[in-house]
Design a protein. Structure first.
Length: 444
């Protein structure tokens, strides 16, 4: 509300004085007084007009709004004061713009941070939250000063946040929604707290994978090494007959080969998972590679297994990787397919991809095991797989190789009725389409 101006006060004084003079009956004196007051009224009006631009500037400065332009105080002596008000307004506006920019930069910086960052008031209300915090806490509507209890559903996480504004909080690990979140907090001088949220779900998963890998690798390496040591010690300590000696030597050779295969598979898998291998893409005749690898795989085996390739196709792939895929799949098929069984490779060419299926008439895979067969060291029948010389890494290598060439893998099976392992590869481009190789080291 605007206060009463100078002119209003002068007008009121004139009315009071004039009325008083008339009542007192001093006409001459009264008219003289009225003339004096008229002059005062004129002066008050002029003063009011002179102060009006200053008043408007002061009011705009108080609320932080823009200054009126193009209006100067009619009294020259007030120009300096008006200019000072204008300069103060410009300074205030510059400070406001700077504060706004810094606030926007801070928000952008926080949103670019991988860790969640939230500010809580002293009564555990949300002041602000960056994008990572909203994602971690699954907050869709981050209204300022909303109570944390209405935003965070998990009780353990909510308790940690509410505790952070009461007392210093050591890093605490909570597990909401099958995730692992580390909560850290620092109290603010005027109350409330800054809380950081670090999502360690993927880190913990990788730690479990690493632990399982080391345990499984150690176990797989221990088995042939123990056998080698046992047979070697028997040969050193005793003088067995020639036939038993030969059996021991054959067992040593068998376990040495198994150990070699295991180490080679471990090295291959390590290179694939660490990004140390890149496919050297070229045109590959899949049917020709399948037939060649089959001949190499069955050489020296005593089983009679019928083999057929149905279909043709040229893939845009790494030939050595395709060879290794077929070697692993054929090795599994031979292990689990009985004598007089059949292994069939079917190739279907699509617009952009080749679909290759390797089907056997073996023992099949139980439904509960099928989703896990591409995991490292997973075996449907561990005892039989080890006895047959399997490492438990073959299908995992197949999956990595196929995906590394831009393909995919899958499997179907019926217990007692065989298994079909499928993988896809990009189809080789037509001659007029061209193509470029992806440079890199071949898989060794």
């Amino acid at each position: 509300m605007r206060t009463l101006g100078v002119r209003a006060w002068v007008t009121l004084a004139i009315l009071v004085a004039g009325t008083t003079a008339l009542l007192l009956g001093g006409v001459g004196w009264g008219w003289g007084l009225l003339a004096l007051l008229v002059v005062a009224f004129a002066f008050g009006a002029a003063a009011d007009r002179a102060l009006d631009p200053l008043e408007r500037r002061a009011r705009a400065l108080a609320v932080g709004g823009p200054q009126p332009t193009g209006v100067l105080a009619p009294v020259r002596e007030l120009h300096d004061l008006q200019h000072e008000l204008d300069e103060a307004s410009e300074t205030l506006r510059a400070l406001q713009d700077q504060a706004r920019r810094e606030q926007q930069e801070t928000a952008a910086l926080l949103d670019a941070t991988a860790e969640g960052v939230i500010e809580l008031s002293e009564d555990a209300r949300l002041v602000r939250a960056n994008a990572a915090a909203r994602r971690i806490l699954e907050i869709r509507d981050a209204r300022p000063f909303a109570p944390i209890e209405t935003l965070v559903r998990d009780a353990a996480l909510r308790d940690a946040l509410e505790t952070a504004v009461i007392r210093p909080l050591a890093p605490v690990e909570v597990t909401p929604w099958d995730r692992t979140i580390v909560v850290r907090a620092k109290a603010l001088p005027k109350g409330g707290a800054i809380v950081t949220l670090q999502d360690l779900t993927e880190v913990r998963r990788l730690e479990r994978v690493r632990t399982d890998f080391v345990a499984n690798a150690s176990h797989e390496l221990k088995t042939p090494l123990t056998a080698l040591r046992g047979f070697a010690e028997s040969l050193l300590d005793d003088e067995p007959p020639p036939d038993i000696r030969r059996t021991f030597v054959e067992s040593i050779a068998k376990n040495a080969i198994r150990l070699q295969h295991l180490v080679e598979d471990l090295l291959d898998l390590s290179r694939l998972e660490s990004g140390g291998w890149r496919a050297e893409l070229e045109e590959v005749d899949v049917a020709e590679v399948a037939e060649r690898v089959w001949e190499e795989t069955v050489e020296g085996t005593s089983r009679t297994i019928h083999f057929a390739v149905d279909g043709l196709g040229l893939a845009w792939a790494d030939e050595r990787a395709v060879e290794q895929i077929f070697a692993n799949l054929f090795g599994n098929a031979i292990r689990y397919t009985p004598d007089q069984g059949r292994v069939t490779v079917t190739i279907r060419s699509g617009a952009e991809r080749l679909q290759i299926a390797v089907a056997d008439t073996g023992s099949g895979i139980p439904p509960e095991s099928l989703p896990r067969i591409f995991e490292r060291f997973y075996r449907v029948d561990p005892a039989r797989s080890r006895a047959e010389g399997g490492t438990g890494l073959g299908l995992s290598i197949v999956a990595h190789l196929a995906r590394g060439m831009g393909g995919s893998v899958g499997a179907t099976s019926r217990l007692g009725d065989g298994t079909v392992i499928t993988f896809t590869l990009p189809r080789a481009p037509d001659p007029d389409e061209g193509g470029s190789d992806a440079a890199g080291d071949p898989l060794g």
